[in-house]
Structures are given as structure tokens and as C-alpha cells.
Design a protein around this ligand. Sequence first.
Ligand SMILES: NC(=O)c1ccc[n+]([C@@H]2O[C@H](COP(=O)([O-])OP(=O)(O)OC[C@H]3O[C@@H](n4cnc5c(N)ncnc54)[C@H](OP(=O)(O)O)[C@@H]3O)[C@@H](O)[C@H]2O)c1
Length: 297
Amino acid sequence: MKKIYISGCGGMLGEAFYEVFGAGNLLKCTDIDVNAPWLTYLDIRDLDAYRKDVADFSPDYLFHLGACTDMEYCERNPENAWRTNAMAAENAAYIANELGIPLLYIGTAGIFDGHKQLFDDWDTPNPLSCYARSKYAGELFVREHVRQHLVCRGGWMMGGGPAKDKKFVQKIMRQLAQGKKELSIVNDKFGSPTYTHDFAHNVKVLLETEYWGVYNMACDGLTSRVEVARAILELRGLQDRVAISEVPSSHFREEYFAERPPSECLVNAKLKLRQLNTMRHWKVALKAYLDDYYPQA
Ligand SMILES: NC(=O)c1ccc[n+]([C@@H]2O[C@H](COP(=O)([O-])OP(=O)(O)OC[C@H]3O[C@@H](n4cnc5c(N)ncnc54)[C@H](OP(=O)(O)O)[C@@H]3O)[C@@H](O)[C@H]2O)c1
């Protein structure tokens, strides 16, 4: 039984961490959005409060999940994006070092510029947006200052279901629930879907080995937004009833104006070389996600 402090645990990924790590460990889960009875309030930007809350719990590990994940919000509110995504990661690094405990930081595939198709753990990031730059700054600080660190980089996150998923799958599921008969989907963006439960489980496997460092951690298989949308329609038996209209990303430039790389496909090279990759193929994980969170009547 280990004691784990998980900050920023109220979101898509936090919900999976609560389930996966809750079995057999003692957790303290916090967030600024206290949306579940197992969460308490903590703002990761507030170093003194963060330090005191973690020290009072005296954990074996600190998991730092919190971030501003809305890319357009980050462009509009760069000061808060930098405070939350970069400076708060520095706070977590100080605290982990003061307590002499390992730190988990969640990185993102979005730090790459997409000027080639695949990115392994050793490729050089070149972040394009405020979100990506601030997340990469957090990653670098953790890597440089915490000896026992894990930086696990996720791709297009899927998880949390209707209540918590803020990303692509939920946007599609919402339109289907509204009875839409045609979906406009961008055909020029490629990436690696990442099921939150697979991610949390693979973090657990990695943590047990104590191979500290940076790891790409996305589901297997490279894909596009169009292919994910088609897979959702097929899994729901809607492929003959709902049409997909392929559009360039410029079609959504007013709504999604933050710069996104054409490809953010991750290869989990290090996990595979260490024979620790437990991430399933994205299609298998997508089916599991829909079955678990969007049960059909
Ligand atoms: N979503 C993705 O596609 C993706 C991909 C790769 C990596 N990641 C990383 O994965 C981690 C978890 O993100 P997620 O996917 O679970 O997104 P999420 O659902 O937005 O969860 C992030 C949580 O952090 C909270 N938070 C924001 N500012 C905070 C603060 N000052 N103090 C404490 N908590 C704060 C958010 O609250 P509010 O909702 O109130 O802001 C939210 O509950 C993040 O580090 C993110 O960068 C995400």
C-alpha cells in the first residue's frame, strides 16, 4: 500500500487515475474543480498551499496532472496558461525534491511541430502553441530538476465520458446524441488516441520498475480525425445513417484558432524497448471506452 498525492485529479485523466491507483493504495486527490466526493480543493499555482497539502499527507509519490488543457483558452489567457502549465510544474518539482519523493508529470504529443509523421521519445520538440510551449516548459523543468521523475506523454486523450471528456470523442458523441446526420471532420490532422485507463495502467507498470525518465505513452496505431470518427460510427452501427464530410482544418479556424501540428503521432519506442508497453491499439481502446462510458440502450 503506497500513499499517492494526485493534483489536478478532477479531469478526464484524473478519473482513470483514481480508479487504477485507488485499488490497493491510499490516495489524496485534489483539483480546483471539486466535482466528485473523493476530491478536495487545491490550486497548484499556489506554492505554499500545494506544499502544505502534500506535506501534510506525506505521500510516497506526487502525481501532477493539473493543466489548462483548452488550447484556445491558453492563447487567450497566456498568463494563466504559463502559471498553470509551467510554473505549477515547477512548484511540483520543488515539493517532490523537498520531500525526496518521485514526481509524475503528464506531457503531451502536442509539443512536436508535425513536420514529419512519427515522433519517438528522442525526437526534438518544437511546440507551436501557447498550450504546447507552456506544457513543454513544465516537462523540461521536471526533467532537469527532479532526479526520480516520470514524464509520460499522452496523445489525443479519450476518457471521462459525457461528464468529463472535453475532447474529440465526446464532441462526436454529443453530435450523435443530438441526432446529427452529417459530421464535418478535419482530414489533415494525424495523431495517436490515448485511452486514459490504458495510460494510467501503463504508468503503474512503469512506476513499479523505477525506470525514471521521459516516455511516449499513446495507444498503438497512427490515425487521423476522420478515421477516428469513422470508427465511432462503425462501433455504433451508424455508418450508413450518418455521413462524414471531410474538411480542411481551416474550416474551423475561427473556433479552433490555436496552431495544431499536422501530425502528433507518437511511437512508444522506449516503452517497447523495455518491454513495458501495455497500451492497446487505439481501435480496441476506443471500443472499450465507448462500451464503458457510453452504454447503448
Ligand atoms: N486532454 C488531452 O488530450 C491531453 C493530451 C496529452 C496530455 N494531457 C495532459 O494530461 C493532464 C491531465 O489533463 P486531462 O486530459 O485530464 O484534462 P482536463 O480534463 O482538463 O483535466 C485537467 C484538470 O486540471 C484542473 N486544473 C486546471 N488548473 C488548475 C489549478 N490551478 N489547480 C488545480 N487543478 C487545476 C482542471 O480544472 P478546470 O477544468 O476547472 O480547468 C481539470 O480538472 C494535463 O497535464 C494535460 O496537459 C492531456
